[in-house]
Design a protein around this ligand. Sequence first.
Ligand code: FAD
Length: 490
Amino acid sequence: MIVRPGDARYAELTHRGYNTRFVASPDEIWLVHSASQVEKAVHQAIAKNQRITVRSGGHCFENLVDDPQFRLLVDMSEMKSVTFDPALNAFAVEAGAQLGEVYKALYEGWGVTVPGGVCPEVGVGGHVSGGGYGPLSRRFGLVVDHLYAIEIVVADSRGRACTIVATREANDPHRDLWWAHTGGGGGGFGIVTRFWFRTPGATGGPSSLLPKPPSRMRETFVTWPWAQLTEADFTRLVMNHGAWHAANSTPGSPYQVMHSSFQLHSSLAQTIQLEIRMDATLPNTAKLHDDYISAVCAGVGVRPTIDIKEGTWLDIALEPTASYGAYSRQKSMGGHLRKPLTATQVGAVYRSLTDPNHNGVGLVYLAAYGCQINTLSSSARAIAQRDSVIKLWYANNWSEPADDAIEVEWLRTLRKNVHGATGGFPVPNDQQDGGYINYPDVDMRDPAQNTSGVPWYSLIWKGNYPRLQQVKNTYDPKNVFRHGLSLDPS
Ligand SMILES: Cc1cc2nc3c(=O)[nH]c(=O)nc-3n(C[C@H](O)[C@H](O)[C@H](O)COP(=O)(O)OP(=O)(O)OC[C@H]3O[C@@H](n4cnc5c(N)ncnc54)[C@H](O)[C@@H]3O)c2cc1C
């Protein structure tokens, strides 16, 4: 089905993006149901010289989809089936499915899951292509560590669209195309219509081919009020948190069963929160949980409130993501930390979060990383970061278009102050380990913003960049699929 301006459905379909700072304005939206329909869309885009883009879950933070340059938008949202495919002995997930739909179908059907992101509304199409981590990743690795194959529509050098199935099998001639979709990012190689998942080395029936999540999960919110926090308290909390993660994130740690995110909201939001999600079924669940909270709180005068709840794995996994309401305009940037933020960096965070002139809701999000994630080599998947202990995400949210420039600048100032010693970005070194394509920031590509001396693609993919470049040259030589953070053919 093709929806054009004037159609009653056009407004809804062009406003599907998470970040309302960007809205699509294509001439045509193709709501597709099969790879052959996607092929037709790609064929037409090439024949008519229309810029083409693709949306799955719509949770992109940047304007990689919602931008006036794109005239044909392929919307995958009706391709969302989750089935077991005996032919490939793997679970087939269509690219338009949302993570919550995948978790529900895999768990209710077979008692298994993939260790994907925390937000059930995120789409598989972008999330998996970019590498994908979540609350079970310290135990089971990244979502792409379980990716077996993709079905993708690409465009060849003669402008013909074709569909390829690329697997991780060593003798597959398209293996590098599979590999590019284990962290190389969406929208820069072709349009993925289907992903297949099977854990490497897994054997037996479908119920033993992917990880089994815990039957029950504990979810805890530890909350501190900004009104009572001094800079010394704040610094101590963040340093305690960092030191704990540096000490408890090696593969095989007893703490691989626990995920947490330290959500340092700006003082306008009134509180900062530590969210914990962990296996509730272990004999030592309570001890691990309490010891972690004690370690983060050590030496801090302010007593937090602690709210604990337990539920089935699905209850917790399907909880809708907290919304910022009208504060839906956004700017963000993310990366990886091998070692915790230093006291100087925490001081920079504090100054930004308590800036009295700031009217947006800022967030420094420190997510638990490491453990099983760090058992693979840097080159095993396209996502190269395999010895970090914290995933970092900076965000700012606001409501008024008139505030765009000032609010974007707030985020930039935070980033530049925290990473001032390395040109304003978490350049790979002893402490930091570069960016994350699923937390995209087009500033990385702007020489006025990125003064680190490290090109944007090395910031994200490090040593995996040349191989990704080769995939781009082979499968998209005419650069049909491109956006602000995709590779150009060389
Ligand atoms: C609220 C929220 C929570 C998040 N939580 C997590 C988290 O816990 N863990 C994590 O790792 N990430 C997380 N993310 C980041 C998320 O993984 C990325 O934003 C991801 O790219 C979104 O995928 P999508 O399909 O929803 O987005 P879209 O906006 O549809 O697409 C994102 C990019 O992928 C491309 N793309 C989409 N579909 C396809 C396809 N079928 N084929 C090829 N390219 C495609 C698009 O063109 C675009 O470049 C979160 C994001 C948000 C907004």
